[in-house]
Design a protein around this ligand. Structure first.
Ligand code: PEP
Ligand code: MG
Length: 550
């Protein structure tokens, strides 16, 4: 047995034979051409074919791994059309009077070298992409196919590096794991591997010699090791972990596509919480019914200055389109307290958690609020968006917000800009004040979503950031549980629906309780959707209530 180490980019155990993946490197010869303009035209035609191939790959990847991970193929399309790149190829053909294959391969090598020497890690990561796009055009010019690997059994792919287009073209059913010698943790290959749910390692010190091809191996993506020719003890130990993992996965996978309905027919929506568009792939992969909390403040936190209306619109539109008609609840900016953006220039406060934050900023600086509302409303024409307002304490606030929303809608009407005229408006219930006036609030809105993180903080008077108080921060406190029941009842009395988007929503020990309370939705981190669904499917709510009362 020989053990090689690398950096694990996705956990899991894979047991199987190694398939040494060698790029079908095109043999490019340098030949003189007489008609350079015809050669330039031949290059342009090949480039268009390559762009078409990438379009097909994009569509395939969107279906398999979601739009966020598929974006790389759009980036490749853009790279192929990059002026500097195109000019370099044309220049080599014209000045050296050589064939297009040679000009493209040379340009690819030069650009790859240039990128790999850049200081910025992101650009260094793009070096492999430069080579990838160039090889694609060369293959078109040579009349080679679109690549892909051929193997009849499931294998562990061991390679020097893998271009995203190579990983996505592979037949996922045949791949147990990726192990590469090169590649960065930020590379799209690593991201794709994660999305594909395959154990993967990069930076592995494994030799790429022909003798490892076909050898039995175990990849442990938890510890970042590949065991080639494992001994019996190792194999048995890893097999045990593998079987446990498979069991867990298989059980949960089987729940995909199932309705979230209890044994006695009660339905609940299971939505996902996200902070940015990168999370979308996980949302889709985990079969979330919608997005119950898009923490839009992360857009602000990731910017040097106020994000413009168009910048925000592009993000909200992407999310709405990716979710293809499923509900996307965008929470307006919840800046303040622990989420500070310098350019807001918020005053220093004695008690920031009780200070100028969230909706209070929006109502104090309506121009910032209106920019965000315009962006969200414009994006609402592209999917099923709902808007949610954080840190509400009074009915007057909600009335003021609704007036501002109406004002923005009138502006859009006057400008002839489309938006969803029936857009749902909801509020977060995060303060004891909101709980106490929940009936009046429910008359004003379409839905409530309980922010249990803040509701616990404000109800128990415990700073949620203060770790030394963790033993007092009891989110199962009867005060919280009673409030939750009050909230859901108040909502239902006024035809509004109620959900939970705070961390408590994913507390599996309370799922049956939430069903019994009558919650309509739980919004949780994507990875919690299937475990929650499992409990929902196994619960008989009426029996649970009867048991509790007996
Ligand atoms: C909450 O307070 O429970 C919540 C979901 O909002 P955040 O955690 O972003 O404050
Ligand atoms: Mg909150």
């Amino acid at each position: 047995m020989v053990i090689y180490s690398g950096k694990a980019v996705f956990g899991g155990i894979a047991i199987g034979k190694i398939s040494l993946y060698k790029k079908g490197e095109a043999q490019v010869k340098r030949t003189k051409v007489d008609d350079v303009e015809a050669e330039v035209a031949r290059y342009h035609a090949a480039k268009e074919v390559a762009i078409e191939q990438l379009g097909a790959l994009y569509d395939k990847a969107v279906k398999e791994v979601g739009e966020a991970s598929a974006e790389i193929f759009e980036v490749h399309q853009m790279m192929l059309d990059d002026d500097d790149y195109v000019e370099s190829v044309e220049n080599i053909i014209r000045t050296q009077e050589v064939n297009a294959e040679f000009a493209v391969a040379t340009t690819g090598d030069n650009f790859q070298k240039m990128f790999s020497e850049m200081d910025d890690e992101y650009f260094r990561g793009r070096a492999a992409d430069m080579k990838d796009i160039s090889e694609r055009v060369v293959n078109v010019l040579l009349g080679n196919g679109d690549g892909g690997i051929k193997s009849d059994e499931q294998v562990i792919i061991v390679a020097d590096d893998l271009a995203p287009s190579e990983t996505v073209q592979m037949d996922k059913d045949k791949i147990l794991s990726f192990v590469t010698v090169h590649g960065s943790a930020n590379s799209h290959t690593a991201i794709l591997a994660k999305t594909m749910n395959i154990p993967a390692m990069i930076g592995t010190d494994i030799p790429l010699t022909d003798d490892i091809d076909g050898k039995m191996a175990v990849v442990d993506g938890f510890e970042g090791k590949i065991y080639v020719d494992p001994d019996e003890d190792t194999l048995a130990a890893k097999k045990k972990i593998y079987l446990e993992e498979q069991e867990k996965k298989a059980l949960l996978e089987m729940l995909k596509g199932k309705d979230n309905v209890t044994l006695d027919g009660q339905h609940i929506n299971l939505y996902a919480n996200i902070g940015n568009t990168k999370d979308l792939a996980l949302v889709l992969k985990n079969d979330a019914g919608g997005i119950g909390l898009f923490r839009s403040e992360f857009i602000y936190l990731g910017s040097e200055d106020y994000p413009t209306e168009d910048e925000q619109f592009a993000i909200y539109k992407t999310v709405a389109e990716n979710m293809a008609g499923k509900k996307v609840i965008i929470r307006t900016l919840d800046i303040g307290a622990d989420k500070q953006a310098d350019y807001f220039k918020l005053p220093a406060e004695e008690n920031p958690a009780l200070g100028l934050r969230a909706i209070r900023i929006c109502l104090t600086r309506p121009e910032v609020f209106k920019t965000q509302l315009r962006a969200i409303l414009r994006a609402s024409a592209y999917g099923k968006i709902a808007i949610m307002f954080p840190m509400i304490i009074s009915v007057d606030e909600v009335k003021e917000i609704k007036d501002i929303v109406k004002g923005v809608e009138s502006e859009l009407d006057a400008e002839g800009i489309a938006y969803d005229k029936d857009i749902e408006l909801g509020i977060m219930i995060e303060t004891p004040a909101a709980v106490m006036v929940a009936d009046e609030l429910a008359e004003e809105v379409d839905f409530f979503s309980v922010g249990t993180n803040d509701l616990t903080q404000y109800t128990l008077a415990i700073d949620r950031q203060n770790q030394s108080l963790d033993r007092f921060y009891d989110s199962h406190h009867p005060a919280i549980l009673r409030m939750l029941k009050m909230i859901v009842d108040a909502a239902h009395r006024h035809n509004a629906w109620a959900g939970i988007c705070g961390e408590l929503g994913s507390d599996l020990s309370l799922t049956r309780e939430f069903l019994a309370m009558g919650f309509d939705e739980l919004s949780v981190s994507p990875g919690r959707i299937l475990p929650l669904r499992k409990i929902v499917l196994e619960t008989n709510v009426k029996e649970y209530i009867a048991e509790k009362n007996s």
